[in-house]
Design a binder for this molecule. Sequence first.
Ligand code: SF4
Length: 407
Amino acid sequence: MKELQGRTLYFPEMDYAGARTLAAAFRSQGISSDVVPPSDAHSNALGGKCTSGDECYPTRVTLGDFLSILDKGIAKPENAAFFMAKAGGPCRFGQYAEFFRKTLDGLGYKDVPVFSLTSDNAYGGFGIGFQLTAWRGIVASDILRKLLLMTRPYEQNFGDTDAVFRKSVDEVCRVLEKPAKSLKLQRKELAACLKVARERFNNIPVHKKGSFPLIGFVGEIFCRLNTFSNEDIVRKFEQHGAEGWLVGISEWILYTNADEIRRLTSEGKRFTKKYLNAVIKRYILTREEHALLRPFKKEFVGREECSVNDLLKLSLPYLPWYGSLGEMTLSAAGAIYMQKKGASGIVNISSFACMNEIVSEAVFPKISGDLGNFPMKVFYFEGTQQNLDRDIEIFLELARNYKKIRQ
Ligand code: SF4
């Protein structure tokens, strides 16, 4: 890509593993790519200076992370480019790339590209090989995060699980960043790498796994996965004696594909090229996901992710998918699914004033009542310090009681 020549493309760290595997997928195409350094008070202040407060919190965090690269001199403006995905629909995410462009221009960084993969740039000219590599990276990230969360609350030696997780992410990235001789070989190497990671996680000395109440974490995708935005809330729950089940990234990709198929069907476009492409995409995404997940069947008993179609059915009595779209539907349905799989409570993580999660919060009392006073709570984040420990302890008391009554 001409506009990226001589530059490093920086990715926002929505999720530790997901951002790194995506950067690795870009490196496999010969593009110098990296993840932004960890967010801190300085980056947050930089983002705050360039936002008015009307934007959602992920805008401020992401913008601040990009600006701090230039501000701290980690890269010179002539050597940097920033990645930002684009999306349509009512969510403010669709405005991020335009807003970042405008802000960079205003600060005198007119030449620093904000790079997106869209139909306008023919998706970077990348072919199926790149798309498969990126998707495999997302699936691998979700697998490693799940292993991390199933192990870390029970580790005997503080820090063991995080160390294994980071090492495993690095190894997955090394597989993905190699220009693949064949896509079949890449999958084989990735599967082997994940099996090694599985053994490493299994060898971590632990107390009795599965003994803490299981808490499901749903909600807005960025705040849910970005530990800076959510003040590392899952880890805080673990410190209070809980195990977290955090919805990963793949669910959103599979959902957008299912939604495209649904939309084309309702518009009477079933016999079009677009529809055929969407159906082929569904087949490939599912096939790849199943292939990488197969060796983890035993590990993930009780933690299987719900298929998107089943999630959409679960949403029907509360937020029917044909009326309410996106994360609000997934959060409500995900909460019901996790309760059925044994969760003792649900935490919905949201950016302050995000419409999606405000809507799902409105149906939570009904869902909770229908499930026998199932504990459900929304935690909103906007970058101000909160006393999370007190709220977590109160919530966990409810979850422990719910678990006891259920048993
Ligand atoms: S889902 Fe909410 S918080 Fe996330 S980008 Fe959209 S509006 Fe912002």
